[in-house]
Ligand binder design. Structure first.
Ligand code: GLC
Length: 426
């Protein structure tokens, strides 16, 4: 790509970020998602840093200002009133000073903060802001292993599909059957007013999402009880890999900032997690698989959640197999990495996390594959991502077969990831 084409795309991406900037946090896109989302904000900060480092730190600080006393960082912070989203604060009823949801999202903050710190042009500012965030992120990591890994296995479970960030993945279909729908209070979805219902989760899935929210609410959002009380407990390899990567990055950051206790605790979490990840590896699929903690069985579903572990320091042979899997997928899909294997009859090219390509996931996989020396596979992912932007704009997700833009438009984290891809490419 010529320098002027690169600059033009970056300028358009910056426009999207500025449009969605609310001052101290950024909404994922106007209309569909009018509040602050956890992992969106952390990844968005990397894009913001490109033109305003102080603002990038603020993005993550605003999220952590709403951390719960037990250490959890909620998946949504409802900073303002807006009836365009369901389920809003009146459904969650978490009783926080500023309304938040009661579940969490992938722990990408430790990675993002380390990356901001390493790249900072203003080192004094970075030291100050990173030092203040360090104990908060550490508390979140501690919370994960204490409440979501009660038997100390080294792997944490999600208790609601939304926690994974891959809301309606095929991975959850069977385990989700166990979640009842009786007693769900009547509701009106808002997402289908903003996006094509055929590209969104189904009504039945929504009933189950809401059942879980009501169930946890009935337990007073007490995280000491929620894990064991949830009929849905899934160990997602991508979710764990992000936490492992974040723990390793936080350990390095703590070391650089002179906090040896936080460094040691996070190093130990990452090492234990990496060893435990081996339980999730599948030779047959050439990727990791989810584990249903209730049945104790692995879930045979080839989703991108099992390729995402490339983001963590997995064994060399595993990274190599994942790179080969990406190449294999590239033979079946025009754009990689599809959120589900197109060879699986359950694959759905347009329905959210059941097939479409998401640039955030692409970013993390390619980052990990490049670090492991798999430059061809990493480049292929970057290339797909940039082709999608050029052809289809800054969409929420894309059809991997046609490149059609899907879901919300003018999407924040998509724009942030494009800036990241172009920085690396140049
Ligand atoms: C959807 C995605 C989730 C994301 C949120 C806001 O719910 O599945 O990963 O955080 O939208 O963009």
């Amino acid at each position: 790509m010529t320098a002027s084409a690169t600059n033009d795309i970056i300028a358009r991406a910056v426009e999207v970020l500025k449009e969605n900037d609310q001052g101290a946090y950024t909404v994922p896109t106007k209309g569909l998602y009018p509040f602050q989302w956890n992992w969106d904000s952390c990844l968005t900060a990397l894009g913001l840093a490109h033109y305003d480092e102080a603002r990038a730190w603020t993005e993550i600080e605003t999220l952590f200002a709403h951390q719960w006393p037990d250490g959890m960082v909620p998946h949504i912070v409802f900073h303002v009133w807006n009836d365009g989203y369901f389920p809003g604060p009146e459904v969650w009823r978490t009783g926080r000073p500023t309304a938040t949801s009661g579940i969490t999202q992938p722990a990408v903050a430790g990675f993002a903060v380390r990356r901001l710190f390493d790249r900072a042009r203003d080192k004094t500012l970075a030291r100050e802001r990173a030092s203040a965030l360090l104990p908060k992120i550490d508390a979140w990591h501690r919370w994960f292993y204490e409440t979501r890994d009660p038997k100390g296995e080294g792997l944490v479970a999600i208790i609601h599909p939304w926690e994974s960030g891959r809301d309606n993945s095929i991975d959850w279909d069977d385990a989700f059957e166990r979640v009842p729908t009786e007693g769900v209070e009547p509701y009106i979805r808002r997402d289908t007013l903003h996006a094509d219902p055929a590209h969104r989760p189904t009504r039945e899935q929504y009933d189950r999402y809401i059942w879980l929210v009501q169930h946890f609410r009935g337990l007073g959002w007490d995280n000491a009880r929620l894990h064991d009380a949830s009929p849905f407990q899934v160990v997602d390899p991508g979710f764990n890999a992000i936490l492992i990567r974040a723990a390793a990055d936080l350990a390095d950051l703590a070391q650089a900032l002179g906090d040896t206790a936080i460094a040691a605790a996070n190093r130990a979490r990452a090492e234990k997690g990496l060893a435990a990840m081996e339980r999730l590896w599948s030779d047959a699929q050439g990727q990791y698989l989810c584990l249903d903690r209730i049945t104790g069985k692995r879930i045979d579903s080839a989703s991108v959640g099992g390729i995402l572990p490339a983001f963590a320091a997995i064994p060399t042979a595993r990274a190599q197999a994942l790179a080969a899997t990406v190449e294999r997928l590239a033979a079946n899909a025009r754009y990689v990495v599809p959120s589900h294997d197109p060879g699986d009859p359950r694959f759905d090219a347009k329905r959210y996390w059941r097939g479409p390509v998401w640039l955030v996931v692409n970013y993390m996989i390619s980052d990990g594959l490049a670090a492991a020396g798999h430059n061809d596979a990493a480049r292929r992912i970057t290339q797909s991502s940039l082709d999608l932007i050029r052809e289809s704009g800054f969409a929420e997700y894309y059809d991997p077969l046609t490149g059609e833009p899907l879901g919300g438009g003018r999407f924040t984290w998509t724009a942030a990831m494009v800036i990241e891809f172009l920085r690396h490419a140049s």
